[in-house]
Design a protein around this ligand. Sequence first.
Ligand code: 5GP
Ligand code: ZN
Length: 111
Amino acid sequence: MDCLFCQIAAGKISAQQVYSDDVMMAFKDIQPQAAVHLLLIPRQHIRSLNDLRPEDAPLLSHMMQTLPKIAAQQGLTDGYRTIINTEQGGGQIIFHLHIHLLGGSNLPGFH
Ligand code: 5GP
Ligand code: ZN
């Protein structure tokens, strides 16, 4: 499949990885919008939130519970922002589900 984030998950395209396990990974956004700007992705291809199935619940729960640990590792001790863009109307550009994790200086507002 011609999916950028699947290729990053497979190690075929390099990324600045900060976390990895059997089902997910986190890496630095190539065009950071804040001092810390990471993307958290499931290893399996899920197009967007609209494509979640009931059986994806454990994966999503795992990602949401791992996210604060990654934030802490990045030194985001006083909080952070999470964003999920969904489909064209939500500004999604890469159609592989991802959670933006932003924090530190230059935290952007909503656009
Ligand atoms: P979206 O608008 O789909 O929610 O966000 C996609 C994000 O992926 C953007 O913030 C963009 O900067 C990031 N991005 C696009 N291509 C690459 C890439 O090749 N490597 C990394 N690390 N991030 C990318
Ligand atoms: Zn994919």
